[in-house]
Ligand binder design. Structure first.
Ligand SMILES: Cc1ncc(COP(=O)(O)O)c(C=O)c1O
Length: 447
């Protein structure tokens, strides 16, 4: 079963653009109801040549309906448009954001450091919670230094920008990395493809087959000799696969390429020798740079890059997404630090979660589901035809359960999946309810 997410396809970018367009449309709705005087009444909407009207006509039929409005904090349940659903669609799977002690830490940090940095790091400075979070990230990944960003996406974009730009400070300090070559795993997240979009494909940007060290070697043989950066993920959020980290890094080292490993999904879940994927995480220590997101296990917002001190310090100025945009809000940085510390100091939290994940995977197999083969916490149930997947999503919704369906173009045609990340706030009873519903729908809709 191939479930590779194809974020690099233009049609898939469209989904993300739609999400932003929906948010913008909502802003306009607010403006209209409050009748802001400066909005020019004569402004014409984009004409048909832009394609938005046509898109709006077909979007709903393609499953891109209006973004639902949520009116309460999401945990085991999520309240959408006046109805409560069991939440099988979240990515903040440990659901710690409502934990009373951590929440109190958030509020105390907000009072002490304010809600904003109110300017870039270069001019306003960095708040202590950012610094503490960065120190923890450096230590947890075994690196010299780390830098935080408002999101993981901005970390990826900033890294690629810093590594492929020229910069002249004075006559003794001029760097020119405009000749850098990037080689990406084909299954990479959209943010990584976006990060290298300014580089010409086939000249400075290349892709190797998903999780395939031999194909990486074939590509590196062609481009070796210059400044080359290889980027791949640890745990892939589309198909739940784990990269052969050691083998990929062996190839990088043989060809003198730098490595940048996006550990958005595995950070703080995998790593200790007794947990799954220990060998992959032992090898990760050899990566030149490790990137993380704080929206997954940490369950908040933000991202970071850890690596050698000189490079990381330079990224503060050269990434662009550090200097020219907002940082993580200080209380969020403080809470991310507190959550990460809690997970590191209390390994039982993740251990217990992974036991529940294993039980859940076994239950999915017991009811005859075709589940992605890597035993990670990201599980894809194969459905097949898009129409069947849409019916599965709608029937679950009717029964009060929210599930994420990945259809074309996120996956290949007729290879739609139900992508499941178990939310730790769900009770065993709620999980049973989901499994019973899935078993029944599986029989009725024949997938
Ligand atoms: C592999 C990977 N990289 C980067 C990101 C972006 O992270 P963030 O949500 O913090 O922007 C994600 C988020 O889904 C991801 O899965």
């Amino acid at each position: 079963m191939s479930q590779r997410c194809a974020w690099q396809r233009p049609a898939c970018w469209l989904i993300l653009i739609t999400i932003h367009a929906t948010a913008i449309a909502k802003e306009f709705t607010v403006s209209a109801t409050t009748a802001l005087p400066y909005r020019p009444a004569t402004a014409l909407p984009p004409g048909p040549e832009w394609g938005f009207d046509q898109f709006a006509k077909v979007a709903a039929g393609a499953g891109l309906s209006a973004t639902p409005v949520v009116d309460a904090a999401a945990g085991a349940t999520v309240d959408q448009e006046g109805r409560r659903y069991l939440n099988f669609a979240g990515i903040n799977f440990l659901a710690v954001d409502q934990d009373a002690a951590l929440f109190a830490e958030f509020i105390a940090a907000g009072r002490r450091y304010g809600l904003v940095t109110g300017g870039s790091r270069g001019t306003k400075g960095v708040a202590r919670p950012h610094l503490e979070l960065e120190q923890l990230l450096a230590e947890a990944t075994g690196n010299e230094a780390a830098l935080s960003f408002a999101t993981g996406l901005l970390a990826n974009i900033g890294f690629a920008h810093a590594m492929s730009s020229g910069f002249t400070l004075d006559k003794d300090c001029a760097m020119d990395n405009t000749d850098a070559v990037f080689v990406l795993d084909r299954g990479s997240h959209w943010s990584m493809f976006k990060a290298v979009a300014h580089l010409k494909w086939g000249k400075q940007a290349f892709a190797f087959r998903h999780n395939d060290p031999e194909h990486l070697e074939t590509v590196l043989r062609r481009v070796a000799g210059g400044k080359v950066v290889v980027t791949f993920e640890t745990l892939y959020s589309s198909d739940g696969s784990m990269a052969p980290v050691g083998d990929l890094l062996d190839v990088c080292e043989r060809y003198g390429a730098l490595s940048y490993v996006d550990d958005a999904n595995g950070f703080l879940v995998y790593g200790p020798a007794y947990r799954p994927f220990a060998a992959e995480y032992a090898a990760l220590e050899r990566a030149n740079f490790t990137m993380v997101s704080f929206s997954k296990a940490v369950g908040l917002e933000g991202g970071g890059i850890a690596g050698p001190a000189a490079a990381v310090r330079a990224f503060e100025w050269l990434a662009g997404t550090s200097l020219f945009t907002a940082a993580i809000q200080p209380p969020t940085a403080a809470m991310a630090h507190a959550v990460a510390r809690r997970l590191l100091e209390n390994p039982g939290i993740i251990d217990d979660y992974l036991v529940r994940v294993d039980r859940f995977r076994s239950a999915l197999l017991d009811i005859g589901c075709q589940v992605s083969s890597t035993p990670s916490y990201i599980m894809s149930v194969f459905i097949g035809a898009h129409e069947t997947a849409a019916a599965v999503r709608d029937r679950f919704r009717e029964e009060g359960i929210l599930v994420p369906i990945f259809g074309y173009p996120a996956v290949k045609r007729n290879e739609a999946i139900l992508r499941l990340i178990l939310n730790n706030a769900l009770t065993d009873g709620q999980i049973e309810q989901f499994l019973d519903t899935l078993a029944r729908l599986k029989r009725e809709l024949r997938f």
